[in-house]
Ligand binder design. Structure first.
Ligand code: NAP
Length: 344
């Protein structure tokens, strides 16, 4: 069976996902697209999936009987309405991160999904599908490192656009770390603290950079993450898990070791897309398979909600200078990994 997908939002990542779902991955086809900018949606459909129907609005796309499942890649503030609409239609929905732009909106989605009685929502936290993170997780779950005690991480970008301002290091970049570290450690956070080092000369007046974010987990693991978004040398994601019996390092992206010009060197990536390009393919291929199997195996609406609450706590911690508790309550049994619900 070929899964017939409708995509809402034909901007940057929307176009990439349409290309993947329609032309690259196995078992799916894009039959419908929508964007608030209709001429863009028409141009994208024409170029990438000419037989697809272009819808005037996302809600009509969701309820169209020819659409089996929905991919939401529109602007963040629209995610809540399109995910709620997909739940109301009883259709599986893959929503790019963030699940919604406020914790309250994420909770609305969680409550609607629980009330529907069926797990339908997956959030686009693609690092869980990255081969290097999966290898590191294997070392933790097979006990090779002993119990993890500390995790040292860095999220470094060479530069960010002008629109990246305010607390976006926490609300836009850091959520990937929030999700992948929770998944890696199979643990939840209980508090957050943010320490501001001196500002780099490479940033703008209106953008604090770098941040040092400290998280504490329920099991007592301490995590420090440097988020440095004007790091001139390149795009670099680091993660080091310190266990009782050993230390696991996130593998470096593969590159040729050069002996040249009196130097021994490896290339460092400049573009974040290249770092995670393969993980997007794995993420959406596994989503297609899980939708067909009638389950949600990836990051859930609860995970999206948890990321939002954690990011809010970090923003509060940054501005108050205090250690802020992360109070979210127990994960509902609806979202327990063993309680996978049929999606249709
Ligand atoms: P983008 O290029 O701005 O694309 C978003 C598109 O949504 C735009 O074409 C926008 O149209 C459209 N849109 C806005 N309101 C809409 C509505 N009501 N109905 C239908 N379409 C609407 O942004 P992007 O970079 O693709 O990002 C999209 C989402 O993916 C964001 O939530 C972002 O955080 C996420 N993302 C995730 C990753 C990841 O690593 N997982 C990477 C990149 C992006 P206009 O431009 O005309 O407003």
């Amino acid at each position: 069976m070929t899964l017939k997908i409708g995509v809402i939002g034909t901007g940057a990542i929307g176009q990439e996902h349409i290309q993947r779902l329609h032309n690259k991955l196995v078992g799916s086809t894009v039959v419908a697209v929508n964007d608030i900018n209709k001429s863009q949606a028409e141009e994208v459909a024409q170029r990438l999936t000419p037989a697809a129907k272009v819808f005037e609005n996302g809600h009509d796309l969701i309820t169209d009987p020819n659409v089996d499942a929905i991919v939401v890649t529109s602007w963040g503030p629209t995610h809540e309405e399109f995910v709620l609409s997909s739940i109301a239609a009883g259709k599986p929905v893959f929503c790019e991160k963030p699940l919604a732009t406020t914790a309250e909106a994420c909770l609305n989605i969680v409550n609607a999904e629980i009330a529907s009685g069926r797990q339908l929502v997956q959030v686009g936290f693609m690092r869980r599908y990255d081969k290097s993170y999966r290898l590191l997780k294997e070392q933790i779950t097979n006990g090779n490192l002993g119990q993890p005690m500390m995790v040292h991480c860095a999220h470094r970008n060479p530069s960010v656009p002008e629109v990246y301002a305010g607390d976006m290091a926490i609300t836009d970049s850091f959520p990937h770390e929030i999700d992948v570290l929770r998944w890696l450690l199979d643990d939840d956070y209980v508090s957050a603290q943010v320490i501001m080092p001196r500002k780099t000369k490479h940033t703008r007046k209106d953008l604090d950079d770098p941040h040092m974010i400290l998280l504490e987990t329920k099991k007592g693991i301490r995590i420090d993450v440097e988020v440095f978004v004007n790091c001139p040398y390149g795009y670099d994601i680091q993660c080091q898990v310190v266990g009782e019996d050993g230390i696991g390092y996130l593998p470096e992206p593969m590159s040729v070791l050069l002996r040249k010009d009196a130097k021994l060197s490896h290339e460092i990536l400049q573009d974040w897309k290249l770092r995670f390009i393969d993980s997007y393919d794995v993420e959406l291929q596994e989503w297609i398979e899980s939708v067909k199997a009638g389950v949600v195996r990836g990051p859930t609406a609860w995970d999206g909600y948890f990321a939002s609450v954690t990011a809010d706590a970090c923003v509060e911690a940054k501005h108050s200078g205090k250690i802020v508790p992360i109070q979210i309550g127990e994960r509902p049994s609806f979202y327990a990994p063993t309680a996978l619900k049929p999606a249709a």
